[in-house]
Design a protein around this ligand. Structure first.
Ligand SMILES: Cc1cc2nc3c(=O)[nH]c(=O)nc-3n(C[C@H](O)[C@H](O)[C@H](O)COP(=O)(O)O)c2cc1C
Length: 182
């Protein structure tokens, strides 16, 4: 039987430096993992060659180009780390990165999506952000914000909380959202 396909959407925030942790967890859990990255993630955080080697697939950074393999159909999607920027734009219907275009379509299709934000308490307290989280949840997206998921840290302390970033919670939530899984 073929493996379930996980799209791992990677935005430009600190935990992207450690994205291989999530990929290894996903592999251990039986997922075929395909990375899709935002321009900020690529510019500041990711080693695309290393990720391609780890996953066995080229990291998608834009629309499919001639000769590139098509993304297989997603069983589930995890957005991690999810930035303030991407969460707000996605909830507002903006699709000006490949990640956002994909998320817009996948949300409309009802594919199981889990979001693991990485924002500080100042960004999390912004009403716009709270509105966006509510909007995504209303659309059926699981946003792991708060106890049991990601708990925002005070500004300028992100580097200190990186080790505790709950990648596993995102994977577990994705698994639970697949029809027929518990
Ligand atoms: C070193 C660095 C760390 C950043 N950390 C965060 C962060 O923790 N959370 C966040 O929402 N944005 C963070 N940003 C800002 C985002 O990268 C920026 O808003 C960018 O436009 C996000 O684009 P994306 O959502 O398409 O990835 C950081 C940027 C840099 C360069």
């Amino acid at each position: 039987m073929s493996k379930p396909v996980l799209y791992l959407m990677i935005c430009g925030a600190g935990p992207a430096d450690h994205i291989e942790r999530m990929i290894r967890l996903a592999h251990d859990d039986g997922w075929d993992t395909w990375c899709v990255a935002t321009p900020a993630a690529i510019e500041y955080f990711l080693d695309l060659d290393a990720l391609a080697e780890l996953t066995g697939h080229v990291v998608r950074t834009g629309h499919q180009r001639a000769g590139q393999p098509a993304l297989p159909k997603a069983t589930a999607v995890v957005v991690a780390p999810a930035t303030y920027n991407t969460i707000n734009k996605w909830a507002a219907g903006i699709a000006d990165t490949y990640v956002l275009t994909q998320l817009a379509e996948l949300t409309g299709l009802g594919v199981p999506i889990v979001v693991l934000p990485f924002v500080n308490t100042a960004l999390a307290a912004n009403r716009v952000f709270q509105r966006s989280v509510d909007e995504l949840r209303t659309s059926g997206v699981t946003v792991l914000l708060g106890e049991g998921g990601f708990v925002p840290h005070p500004p300028r302390t992100g580097g200190q909380v990186m080790e505790g970033y709950p990648w596993e919670a995102a994977l577990e939530a994705a698994r639970k959202k697949i029809p027929g899984e518990v």
